[in-house]
Design a protein around this ligand. Structure first.
Ligand SMILES: [Zn+2]
Length: 130
């Protein structure tokens, strides 16, 4: 079970990742051709739907996936569901979560899934250590 300070630490890692993506997006908006035809402010002043469309346009697929994973990890934290393996329900060790805050499976279940799925499906995220 994660201690509260570990949970806060991981939450901070997630929020930092989110900030980095949004910052990169902001810089892209400033320099992107898409926004050349319109005022930068418009993108954020428009209706939510339009904003989402622009947002998705500017975000790469990988960044969008990462952002989705961040949001869903944060949502799981809100609901007290964070840190449990999706398959077996066991606690995922804090060390693993710190290295891979989006992890939804324990090491055992992840390797089992990978051996079942084989090379047919690429993993959603690349394990990054450090
Ligand atoms: Zn498991």
């Amino acid at each position: 079970m994660l201690r509260k300070n570990e949970l806060l630490e991981i939450k901070e890692i997630l929020l930092q990742m989110k900030r980095e993506i949004l910052k990169a997006l902001e810089e892209r908006i400033k320099s992107n051709d898409i926004s050349a035809q319109r005022e930068i402010g418009d993108i954020f002043d428009d209706a939510d739907l339009e904003q989402t469309r622009e947002f998705n346009l500017l975000l790469g697929t990988r960044e969008r996936q990462k952002l989705d994973q961040i949001e869903s990890a944060l949502a799981r934290m809100e609901h007290g569901e964070y840190g449990f393996c999706e398959d077996c329900g066991e606690n995922i060790p804090a060390g693993r979560l710190k290295a891979m805050p989006f992890a939804t499976l324990c090491v055992k279940c992840k390797s089992e899934r990978e051996s079942v799925e084989g090379l047919a499906s690429a993993p959603l995220y690349v394990e990054e250590k450090g």
